[in-house]
Write a protein that binds this ligand. Sequence first.
Ligand SMILES: [Zn+2]
Length: 84
Amino acid sequence: MSKKNRIKCIMCGKVFPKGQGILLNITGRELVFHSKKCALKFLTRFIEQLVVEDKDKVSKVLDKLLKTLSEERKELMELKAKKI
Ligand SMILES: [Zn+2]
C-alpha cells in the first residue's frame, strides 16, 4: 500500500489504512484515530482541558446538551408509543 493511503492515529501513533478508524471533525480540523478507545481517550483529555480553560461555559454547554438529549429521548418514546 502506498504511503498516501496510510494515516496516523494522533493518540498512539499507530499507522493504519485510510478509510478505517474514527474521524472527528472539530472546528474544521479533521482528527484521526485508529480505534474508538483512542478517540475516547482524546475526547476525555479534550474535555478536561476545556474545563480547565472555562469551567462555567462547559457546565452551561453540558446542561444544554443533557436537556436536548432528554427531549430527543422523550420524542423517540412518543414516536414509539404512537406506532403501537
Ligand atoms: Zn490509536
